[in-house]
Design a binder for this molecule. Structure first.
Ligand SMILES: Cc1cc2nc3c(=O)[nH]c(=O)nc-3n(C[C@H](O)[C@H](O)[C@H](O)COP(=O)(O)O)c2cc1C
Length: 136
């Protein structure tokens, strides 16, 4: 089954972007569902925005995107890229969570996430994934 990777950016609503409890809730459900659906990815929060990569089979990715578009915890979901991929980039995580580290902020260069190019979004998320694989 061919794999696809979708990357989007959205604006957090209310506490969703800042509250650790709200983010933990999202991650808990995401891990459970994504494991079930063989989806992997990473979620990055920065400046009241979410940047998320999701990888998996077309139907599973699309089903999640439908749920995400209806989720009131964020609005203004903008697709940055949607491509077939040869291999997973975030294969270790049902849904990894990264906070914007100084190195990532440098990568982002304080650029508005909604204006980020697909290539840069991938680079930022790849850096987030490398961070997740480092020992704590
Ligand atoms: C920024 C953000 C990222 C999310 N990421 C995922 C995800 O990767 N997987 C997932 O199943 N739900 C994710 N959700 C939650 C979904 O929108 C939805 O609430 C959930 O999938 C419903 O699951 P349930 O039917 O098991 O309650 C995310 C929500 C937000 C706001």
């Amino acid at each position: 089954m061919p794999l696809h990777r979708v990357i989007y950016v959205s604006d957090a609503v209310g506490a969703a972007g800042t509250s650790l409890l709200a983010i933990a809730e999202i991650l808990g459900v995401s891990e459970r569902n994504n494991r079930r659906d063989h989806l992997t990815g990473v979620l990055l929060g920065h400046n009241g925005r979410f940047l998320q990569a999701i990888e998996g089979a077309r139907t599973d990715v699309d089903r999640l995107m439908d749920r995400l578009r209806r989720d009131p915890r964020h609005v203004n979901l903008r697709l940055l890229s949607d491509q077939p991929i040869a291999a997973r980039m975030f294969g270790h995580w049902a849904m990894g969570h990264a906070t914007a580290a100084p190195a990532m902020l440098a990568l982002l260069n304080d650029e508005d996430l909604s204006a980020i190019s697909p290539a840069k979004a991938e680079a930022v998320l790849a850096a987030a994934a490398r961070r997740l694989s480092e020992p704590a």
